[in-house]
Design a protein around this ligand. Structure first.
Ligand code: SF4
Length: 336
């Protein structure tokens, strides 16, 4: 049962499982460092990569780290962090759901760790709004509209959909995206939680780590426009590669576009720049759509210098680079 709950920690039976396990918040924080560390990892990965990191091999640790991560996010109580964290959790859950749905050949022993579509819809309170007919799913227009506002791309707009008797048909891959948003809304809906002072005191080290990430990346207010001569060497190198008509790997393209969005480069200019350099407009539009929140702010900041190194994109480091840990810090250091 715990495997199912560790994959879908937001469902009601997972909450019951945590309650029935005798979970005690203070004791867990004081004596279960593995769970506390996994909770912190969920949040730091959400900030940096938009994921919750690797699933812990121990399903109990994985499950218990979820309420602890929500507690940490609640204490920090930053809207940008809450959004990113809930989004990362939802994307992890929908990947598990897709695997559960599409993997029909697994062992019987782990069949019980699967969540059915009907149970998921029930958990999300949309069971009566979605009807399955083979590979097509018919969704009530109200539910559809409440979910697409978080999805990038014009194709989701009502104007591009065939509306029939108040319903819109979507295929399975579109359904996964819509359900991902519904999970995000559910996870985010009751955050921040009210947290006892004692827990906050005991979690000071973890809170410091989260704040150091947030302060570095500056989640909410965007940076002002950055002139080209204040771009960090890694981004200059990626620009050079774009201009040489080189095909960038996905993570490099995401890093560059996210950097440009974070530094308030005009969207049309970004699109023009890439298309002039032989990139397909739909690739750039969908990447920008993925990286941006519906209000236009950056949903995923560019990666830290450490992550850029692992991508092989930390190139031509200079003196300024020695004193920073994130490419977004480069221009202000240069100007200081
Ligand atoms: S140290 Fe950071 S800012 Fe400098 S080149 Fe590497 S990734 Fe870019």
């Amino acid at each position: 049962m715990e495997l199912l709950h560790s994959k879908y920690p937001f469902i009601s039976s997972a909450k019951e499982s945590v309650a029935n396990s005798g979970f005690n918040l203070i004791t867990t924080i004081e004596s279960n460092k593995t769970t506390v560390n996994r909770a912190l990892e969920r949040i730091l990965c959400a900030i940096e990569e938009g994921s919750i990191g690797s699933v812990h091999r121990d399903a109990t640790v994985e499950l218990l780290s979820y309420p602890l991560a929500r507690i940490l996010v609640s204490i920090v109580n930053e809207p940008g962090l809450t959004h990113r964290y809930a989004w990362a959790e939802s994307q992890s859950a929908i990947v598990h759901f897709q695997e559960d749905t599409e993997n029909k050949t697994e062992l019987k022993s782990i069949t019980s760790a699967k969540l059915s579509l009907s149970s998921l819809l029930d958990e999300l309170n949309i069971k009566n709004d979605i009807i399955c007919a083979g590979d097509i799913f018919s969704i009530s227009v109200e539910t559809y509209l409440s979910l697409i506002s978080y999805l990038p791309g014009a194709t989701w707009k009502l104007a591009f959909q065939a509306l029939s008797h108040g319903k819109i048909n979507v295929d399975q891959s579109e359904l996964y995206k819509l359900l991902g948003v519904a999970i995000f809304q559910k996870i985010k809906s009751d955050l921040p939680l009210k947290i006892p002072n004692e827990a906050e005191k005991l979690l000071q080290n973890q809170l410091k780590s989260i704040h150091s990430y947030i302060d570095e990346i500056d989640l909410e207010p965007e940076l002002g426009p950055v002139s080209l001569d204040s771009f960090p060497p890694c981004m200059m190198n990626l620009l050079k590669r774009v201009e040489s008509n080189e095909k960038l790997q996905t993570q490099s393209l995401f890093s560059l576009i996210s950097f440009l969005i974070s530094t308030q480069t005009d969207e049309e200019n970004i699109l023009d720049y890439f298309t002039t350099n032989s990139f397909h407009p739909s690739l750039i539009q969908s990447t920008m759509g993925y990286l941006k929140d519906k209000d236009g702010s950056t949903l995923y900041p560019p990666p830290s210098c450490a992550t850029m190194k692992t991508y092989g994109d930390c190139i031509n480091m200079d003196d300024i680079c020695q004193s920073i840990s994130h490419p977004l810090q480069y221009s202000s250091k240069k100007q200081s």
